[in-house]
Design a protein around this ligand. Sequence first.
Ligand code: GDP
Ligand code: MG
Length: 428
Amino acid sequence: MFDRVKESIQKFSSKSAVDEEAVEELVKDIQRDLIAADVDVGLVSDLSDEIREEALEGKKDGLTRKEHVLETVYNKMEALLGEKPEIEIEPQKILLSGLYGAGKTTTAAKLADYYRKRGLKTGLIAADTDRPAAYDQLKQMAEKADSEFYGEPDAEDPSQVVEKGLEELDSDVVIVDSAGRNSLNKDLKEELSDVNDIFQPDESYLVMPADIGQSAKDQASNFEEAVGITGVIVTKMDSSAKGGGALIACSTSEAQVKFVGTGEEVSDLEVYDPVKYVSEMLGQPNLESLLEKVEELETDPEEMLEGEFTLEEFRQQIESVSETGMMEDLMKQLPFGGKMPDNISQLTEEKTQAYKYIIDSMTDEEIDDPSLINKSRTERIAEGSGTSSAEVRELIKHYRQTKNMMDKMDKGSMKRGNMQDMMQKLGL
Ligand code: GDP
Ligand code: MG
């Protein structure tokens, strides 16, 4: 899927200079590939504009222009492809519907295989009474999927078969394979509606082949309107160049893609994973390092301080700083004018030692969240550390003052809430 985008991204990645021309070339390749996959032209045009605009405009500090462009393409493509679904592994009833040749019968067996491999007992019901061969086909596939099977070779009323099947089967997951038509006509609507009433499915999946491309969108909304669907399964992803178009069409409609079919065997079924396609496109190692970098850049330094500047770290800092006696020097170079709480600059070795004992007497919980330390905890900690309640309170006050002070500092240089890092930066 999206092979041309893949290639052109590789080409783009190996370029030394990223200029307007390089971006334009990338955009053109993406356009060609998406149009070939039958993605709606309007969508392609919007996407191109967005990439062009964002590629050459503002970027995050710390990313190269090239990385920024790749990240932009990644984000746009991911947004187009929609969300990864949650698939419940629990007993349930699943109804499959769709037009002729969509892959319903094959998918029914694939789903059975999928749930059986996850420890559930599965059963298939043959509710396609239109075509005589349908019964045999599902029966054979049920065997391959190690699944129970219910069907009546000469049945005429699919709802009756479903009703009997529900009685006969003793399965956790029951899957109904229904009949198709050339189009969603009145006949098919009625049949599906009858089956639906009897079966009362938990999940009602529309099965569509990848090669219908962007018309997946209309088909999904028609089935949704006529019978109500809870999701879509796109089959034949392995054998059509239009898979991307079908997936994007679904994600831009209400329909959520739940699974994709990738071959004719019962094991050829995957939970839909948009990120997989995008990572293939960008190349896994590229993408991983890029995303890591982005995540690092996006993490709010304040959050990191909150998360990391614990009492434990406070202890390490007062120890190291008081040892080297550089606290005061350091403070003078800070953006807020070198003011610091007197009681920190005056920390004596004795105090530092007392603080260490106090923090050692705290529970992990208290170290993580000093707001827990109420009067009785204060007394317990004082006793445990051989200090006084006043000293425990004093320590907590120091910690808060320091934390507060650090929050006011240049967040960039304080990313890890680590004094030593900062001292190094300041050349101390
Ligand atoms: P139905 O008419 O909707 O029940 O469709 P079938 O399940 O009978 O499938 C129609 C044809 O498509 C069969 O030849 C299947 O083997 C084939 N088929 C179904 N799913 C896939 C798939 O994911 N990949 C490929 N390559 N073929 C598939
Ligand atoms: Mg069938």
